[in-house]
Design a protein around this ligand. Structure first.
Ligand code: ZN
Ligand code: ZN
Length: 116
C-alpha cells in the first residue's frame, strides 16, 4: 500500500489499540473505517508529526481500493481535515492535524471559546 501523497510504501503502525499505516516521508496516516475514531477516542497521538516533505497531496485515489478520496470533516471534530475514501471509507490524515488535538492548541482554545 503506497502513500497517496508520496507514492512510497507505507509502514504499519500501532495506534493505541488500532492498526494504522504511516508514511515515513510525509508522516501521513491511513486508518481503516472506525479505526481513526477509535484512535482519537483513546487520545492517541503520533510520536512524530514533522513531515520531511511538505508536498501537497497529488493522488486523490485511495491506496487501499482505488476509490476516490474526498475531503471530509467528521468525527465530531470539525476542525480536523481528513480525506475519506468513497468506497472503503478509509481515512487519510496528516500527522500535523493531530496537533490540533493537543490540549494547549489554538484549536482546542477556540473550541472551548465556542462552547461558552
Ligand atoms: Zn507520504
Ligand atoms: Zn478505499
Amino acid at each position: 500500500m503506497n502513500c497517496p501523497k508520496c507514492n512510497k510504501e507505507m509502514s504499519p503502525l500501532q495506534a493505541g489499540e488500532v492498526q494504522a499505516k504511516t508514511c515515513l516521508f510525509c508522516k501521513g496516516l491511513w486508518f481503516d473505517v472506525n479505526a481513526l475514531e477509535k484512535a482519537l477516542e483513546q487520545k492517541w497521538m503520533p510520536a512524530d508529526t514533522t513531515p520531511e516533505t511538505s508536498a501537497e497531496i497529488k493522488n486523490t485515489v485511495c491506496p487501499e481500493c482505488s476509490g476516490s478520496l474526498i475531503s471530509v470533516k467528521t468525527l465530531g471534530k470539525p476542525y480536523l481535515d481528513t480525506l475519506a475514501c468513497t468506497i472503503c471509507q478509509g481515512r487519510w490524515i496528516e500527522a500535523s492535524e493531530f496537533k490540533k488535538l493537543a490540549p494547549d492548541s489554538l484549536w482546542q482554545k477556540f473550541k472551548i471559546w465556542l462552547s461558552r
